[in-house]
Design a protein around this ligand. Structure first.
Ligand SMILES: Nc1ncnc2c1ncn2[C@@H]1O[C@H](COP(=O)(O)OP(=O)(O)OP(=O)(O)O)[C@@H](O)[C@H]1O
Length: 250
C-alpha cells in the first residue's frame, strides 16, 4: 500500500444509458504523484474522472480523496482541494478570459490583491495577458483551453483532475503548461491520447479498455508491445520515452 494516498477508488462501477461503462475499477494514487488514465475512445476514462469530481454518481464501489469519502466532503473544503479541467465548457457567453480565471477563485479565502496577483500570474503562464479582456466564447479553441488551464493554475488545488489537458494546445504550450503543473508537485490524474506526452509526465498510468483497468504501472511497463496491440490495435511500443508506431491493425 502506498503511503498517504490522495485518491482511493475501490471496485467502482458506473452504468450509463443502461450499459455498464466502468466495471469493478480500482485505483490508488499517492499524494504528489502524476498519474495517467489511458485507453482508446469509449474506454471509460472521462467517466472515471467525472465520477471522481462528483459530476456523476456511481452504482457500486467506494471513492475517497485525501482519506475522506466523496460524500463526506463539505463544499468549501472540496473547492480548496479539488480542481477539474473538463471537456464540457459550460455557458461562458459574455465572460472575458479574466472573468473565467477569476471564477476559479470564487470560494477561496483570498484578499482582492491576492486574487489579482494569482490571476495575473496564471494569465502570464498561459500566454493570455494580452487577451485577458477578450470574450472567451469568441477566442480560438487553444486559447479557450489555455483559459481553463489558467483557471486551474490560479486556483492551484491539491488534486488536479485533467481531462485531455493537451487538447487544442500547440506543442510549446503543451510542454510549458504541463511542466508548470508537474513543477508544483501536487497530485494529478489526467487523461491523454498522446502517449509520448503521457510518458513524459506520468510516473504511473492505468490502461483502460471497455470500462476495465487492464494494466497499471510505469508507462514503460504498461505501454508494451502486447498492450499496444491488444488495447490500442497498434503495432508499436514505448521506447526511450517515445511511442514508436509501426502501424494500425485494421
Ligand atoms: N451520459 C451517457 N449516456 C450513455 N452513455 C454514455 C454517457 N456518457 C458516456 N457514455 C458512454 O460510456 C462510454 C465511456 O465513455 P467515456 O467518455 O468515459 O470514454 P473515454 O475513455 O473518455 O473516451 P474518449 O477517449 O473518446 O474521450 C462510451 O461508450 C460512451 O459512449
Amino acid at each position: 500500500m502506498p503511503i498517504d494516498p490522495m485518491i482511493e477508488i475501490a471496485n467502482l462501477s458506473v452504468t450509463l444509458g443502461g450499459r455498464s461503462r466502468v466495471k469493478d475499477f480500482s485505483l490508488t494514487v499517492p499524494r504528489g504523484r502524476f498519474h495517467g488514465l489511458l485507453g482508446p475512445n469509449g474506454a471509460g476514462k472521462t467517466t472515471v474522472l467525472r465520477t471522481l469530481y462528483r459530476a456523476r454518481g456511481f452504482d457500486a464501489g467506494t471513492i475517497a480523496i485525501g482519506g475522506r469519502s466523496l460524500q463526506d466532503w463539505r463544499r468549501a473544503d472540496w473547492t480548496r482541494t479539488v480542481g477539474a479541467l473538463v471537456q464540457e465548457g459550460g455557458n461562458l457567453q459574455g465572460l472575458s478570459i479574466r472573468d473565467v480565471v477569476e471564477i476559479g477563485l470564487m470560494d477561496l479565502p483570498l484578499s482582492p490583491a491576492q486574487k489579482a496577483a494569482r490571476i495575473d500570474a496564471a494569465l502570464g503562464l498561459a500566454g493570455l495577458t494580452d487577451l485577458a479582456d477578450s470574450e472567451v466564447a469568441l477566442v480560438s479553441g487553444g486559447e479557450r483551453q489555455k483559459t481553463h488551464i489558467a483557471q486551474i493554475l490560479a486556483r492551484d488545488p491539491e488534486l488536479y483532475i485533467l481531462d485531455e489537458p493537451a487538447n487544442h494546445l500547440d506543442l510549446c504550450y503543451q510542454i510549458m503548461l504541463l511542466d508548470e503543473i508537474k513543477r508544483r508537485g501536487k497530485t494529478v490524474i489526467a487523461t491523454f491520447h498522446d502517449l509520448t506526452l503521457a510518458a513524459r509526465y506520468c510516473e504511473t498510468v492505468t490502461l483502460m479498455r471497455e470500462g476495465e483497468a487492464v494494466a497499471s504501472g510505469p508507462p514503460a511497463q504498461v505501454l508494451s508491445r502486447d498492450n499496444m496491440r491488444d488495447v490500442f490495435r497498434i503495432h508499436g511500443a514505448l521506447r526511450d520515452g517515445v511511442m514508436r508506431i509501426e502501424g494500425a491493425i485494421p
